[in-house]
Structure formats: C-alpha cells, structure tokens
Design a protein around this ligand. Structure first.
Ligand SMILES: [Zn+2]
Length: 94
C-alpha cells in the first residue's frame, strides 16, 4: 500500500470555524473522559499509564491541528481563535 499524497482542502470561513469548534470539543471530550484514572496511572512515574497516555494522544493531535487552523486563518485575515492552553484542560501538559 502506498502512502496517500498530501491533498490541500479548501474550507470556507464558516466551515473553518466549525472544524475549529469540533476539534476543541473533541479535545475536551478526550481530556474530560480521561479523568477516571486507573491504579496503574497512580503508580506510574510520569503520571499516567501507557493506556491513558495513548488515549490522550489524539487530544494533543486535535489541539495541534486547531492551532494550525487558527494560524492559517489569521494569516488569511479571518478570525478563528487559537485553542486555550492545554494546561487549562488537563492535569498533564500537552
Ligand atoms: Zn491508566
């Protein structure tokens, strides 16, 4: 299987705002539902077990894409707010 080629996607300002909101919702969902940490997390030196760290990994990806969207749209003269700092949403840094 070959790697897919990078394809540019053009969104309207309204669509970009929806995507940014969806990414913020998805990130918050991941972080909020990861609050039921397990006994392995309590024992882990870095604060979370591998399973929970893997569960949070998409939240970091969502946040990164939201920031990228905000940068791109601000450069285009639109107004999409950058995501809030992840430390507001999680006990773990992004
Ligand atoms: Zn855990």
């Amino acid at each position: 299987m070959t790697a897919p080629k990078e394809a540019a996607v053009t969104l309207t300002a309204a669509q970009t705002a929806i995507v940014a909101k969806a990414l913020a919702d998805a990130e918050r969902y991941r972080r909020d539902t990861a609050t039921a940490w397990c006994a392995n997390c309590a024992a882990a030196q870095d604060g979370a077990c591998p399973d929970h760290l893997a569960y949070l990994a998409p939240a970091n990806a969502y946040r990164g894409l939201a920031a990228e969207l905000a940068r791109a749209t601000n450069a285009a003269g639109r107004d999409v707010p950058a995501p809030r700092p992840a430390s507001d949403l999680s006990r773990y840094p992004a």
